[in-house]
Design a protein around this ligand. Structure first.
Ligand code: ASP
Length: 308
């Protein structure tokens, strides 16, 4: 079977991340590297982990290094991995001081307790001797200081969510030579959120896969959770809709609810799809024959497909 790959670097604007050319070249470099692994026989799960790791290490995206700061100035990251072949979900929620949250999600694939939050995730990192790592970048610190500057003149900082989310989450969905599907998503959250807020990225709403299809989402987590978007698209495919129908129907519903989100998807036959209710989706794909991206899609274009 010819492998397929689609990945995203979030739903925020190109300007935030250094413009069209630099975002395109980093997404393409990663899509090519990960596709080469799939061509050499790497599993969908292994390819997704590698893709997420590369995107987490790229400071222009809001995951791993370069994660946005929460309302209290701390970085707390969430990541999930789902092996479609085994229908097995694992993840970490609000973990700090690790370089690659996706590696913890990968380890948890084999455990009986598969989704760990803050203290539990930190304890796991310690048990696994994961070296402590500070994912903070100067850019994110300055961004937070700028947004919080008035707080320093007050007795108490405002520790609640801000209306304008950051949206630079990353995600990867792959189909391997054996026809197995996997999906992974990793995020620093939506930025300036209340302490303890839980992102969609480590929930089946934001990241889901079965032996039929896989989806990774980005955008405002609360909207993605309300739509239960990733699981909904995948389950619709399992119930007999084509990937195109499942994506279109789910995005139409999300549009009707005035949401701010996006999703990338593929199915076991090799179809690729993306959909969005937000203006921009930074996604790239590799079909084996061609590499493409969604960087120049208009705000009004809500979905796209590449049939097998
Ligand atoms: N979905 C993420 C969250 O709300 C943010 C993003 O996609 O950039 O935590």
């Amino acid at each position: 079977m010819q492998p397929k790959l689609i990945l995203h670097g979030g739903a925020s604007s190109l300007d935030d991340k250094g413009g069209l050319d630099s975002v395109r070249s980093s997404l393409r470099e990663i899509v090519e590297e990960v596709y080469a692994l799939l061509s050499q026989g790497e599993s969908a799960l292994g390819a997704v982990v590698r893709g997420c790791e590369r995107l987490e290490n790229e400071p222009r995206f809001n995951a791993g290094t370069g994660s946005v700061l929460q309302s209290d100035g701390q970085v707390r990251m969430s990541a999930a991995l789902m092996d479609g072949a085994r229908q097995n979900f694992s993840g970490v929620i609000n973990v700090s001081r690790v370089k690659n949250p996706i590696h913890l999600a990968q380890y948890l694939q084999q455990e009986t307790d598969r989704i760990l939050s803050d203290y539990g995730a930190a304890e796991l990192a310690r048990e696994l001797s994961v070296p402590p790592y500070d994912p903070l970048t100067d850019f994110r610190l300055r961004e937070w200081q700028e947004e919080r500057k008035d707080n320093f003149s007050k007795k108490m900082a405002r520790l609640i969510a801000e209306p304008e989310p950051r949206r630079g989450t990353i995600g990867v969905v792959a189909l391997d030579q054996e026809g197995r599907v996997a999906a992974g998503t990793s995020t620093g959250g939506k930025g300036l959120e209340r302490i303890g807020r839980v992102s969609d990225s480590a929930m089946p709403a934001g990241n889901y896969a079965t032996d039929q299809a896989g989806v990774s989402c980005t955008g405002v987590g609360e909207d993605i959770i309300n739509e239960c978007l990733a699981a909904k698209i995948v389950i619709r495919v399992g119930d007999g809709l084509s990937l195109e129908e499942a994506m279109t129907k789910s995005i139409q519903e999300a549009l009707a609810h005035q949401t701010d989100l996006a999703a990338i998807a593929l199915d076991r036959r090799g179809g690729l799809a993306w959909g969005k209710t937000c203006p921009v989706l930074l996604a790239a794909y590799h079909t084996g024959e061609r590499i493409g991206d969604t960087l120049e899609l208009g705000a009004e274009e809500s979905a796209g497909f590449i049939a097998v």
